[in-house]
Structures are given as C-alpha cells and as structure tokens.
Design a protein around this ligand. Structure first.
Ligand code: MLT
Length: 200
C-alpha cells in the first residue's frame, strides 16, 4: 500500500498507524502524529480504494452504507500490510497504535472487530460501527479512545455509543469523548486524545 514511514527517535515507543478520511491521503495526519507522540515511529497509509478520485480504505454503497465484502477484503489487506511494513521497516508489530479519522477510523475499528492483537490500541476520530453482524474477538486490555460529535451528521451519536458498547463488551477499555463541532477533526479532541495516549 502507498505509505510514508518515519523512523521514531525512541524505538521503545509505539508505532503510530495513521489512517486518513475519505478524500485524504498519507500526508494528512502527519502533523497529528507528531503532536500525539513526537518520538514515535509513524506508518501513514493511503487507502487503496478510489471513489471518484478520492482515496478511501474500503468501498461504500452510499453514505454510511458499507460494501461489507470489500470491507472484509480491505481489512485483511491492511492487516497483512502492517505485518509486511513491520518486517521492511523494522518496527514491532505488536506495538502499533492506530489513529484514524472518519473512514480511516472505520477501518481501524474493523481491524479491532476482526483480529485479536491487530492493534495495541486505537484513537478513533468520528468512527461508526463497522459491522453489526459479527462476533468480536477478545479485546481484553485493548485501550480505545473514541472522539465523537454530538451533532455529527455523518457519524450519528448512536454510532459512537453503540461502538463503545460493542468494544467494551469484548473487553476493550474504551474512553468516549464528545465535542460539538459536527464531523470535523478538531484541536480539542486531538488534545483529549493526546492526554489519553500519554497515560497509556
Ligand atoms: C465511511 O464511509 O467510512 C463513513 O461514511 C465516513 C466517511 O464519509 O468517510
């Protein structure tokens, strides 16, 4: 997958897996990665799907309606890519923390919904429930931070509440943070995510 890898200055730190929103690319979230942990390695990936020229991580049938077959295929593709990138760039596969926004948060959530140990933890900005028809794996002790908008027209509040419940029921330790700025990725929620990350 097209990506940017930046070697961190402190190899005992996590590797931050950055996953952009629809229409974004692998450069979008680099400043956020540097803000969350300036010493960490960064693997920032571009989604392999193009929707009228806009990169995404999986196909959708319409707004908020996912192509479930493609979601499954692309989730496995991303999972395998993380393993290949770990070998190529020499980072620890078990120490990957995903930071995703919107479509990127949705595929990060689906990594959690599909595999035990895919991620050490995740920061999900404006995610949805990626799949309502699956049994989650054991996510015991997996920390997850969700930043949601009370008035987000693309990811309604119930999506975040349901996602929090599903992840918690699978054993994850979830913190749900609310803002009132619609679907935007805002500085206050990035600061809240950093406070959460600093306590990991
Ligand atoms: C999705 O398709 O993943 C969500 O609707 C969010 C987005 O528009 O990217």
């Amino acid at each position: 997958m097209k990506h940017i890898f930046k070697q961190g200055t402190n190899l005992s730190k996590s590797t931050l897996l950055m996953l952009h929103g629809t229409g974004g690319n692998e450069t979008d979230l680099l400043a956020i990665a540097a803000h969350i942990d300036p010493e960490a390695s960064v693997l920032s990936v571009r989604g392999n799907v193009s929707e009228n020229g806009m990169p995404r991580f999986f196909k959708r049938l319409s707004e908020g309606i996912f192509d479930m077959e493609d979601l499954k295929f692309r989730t496995e593709e991303l999972y395998n890519f993380i393993g290949q990138a770990a070998e190529e760039h020499g980072f620890d596969r078990t120490q990957v923390v995903a930071i995703g926004y919107s479509n990127g948060a949705n595929i990060a959530a689906n990594l959690l919904f599909t595999y035990t140990g895919a991620l050490k933890g995740a920061i999900l900005h404006h995610p949805m429930v990626p799949n309502r028809h699956t049994d989650l794996p054991d996510l015991a002790n997996t920390p997850v931070f969700i930043a949601a908008g009370t008035n987000d027209p693309i990811c309604p509040a119930e999506e975040s509440i349901d996602l929090e419940k599903l992840l918690s029921n699978a054993g994850a330790e979830v913190e749900l943070h609310w803002e009132n700025f619609g679907h935007q990725l805002t500085m206050p929620e990035v600061e809240a995510a950093k406070n959460w990350y600093d306590k990991l």
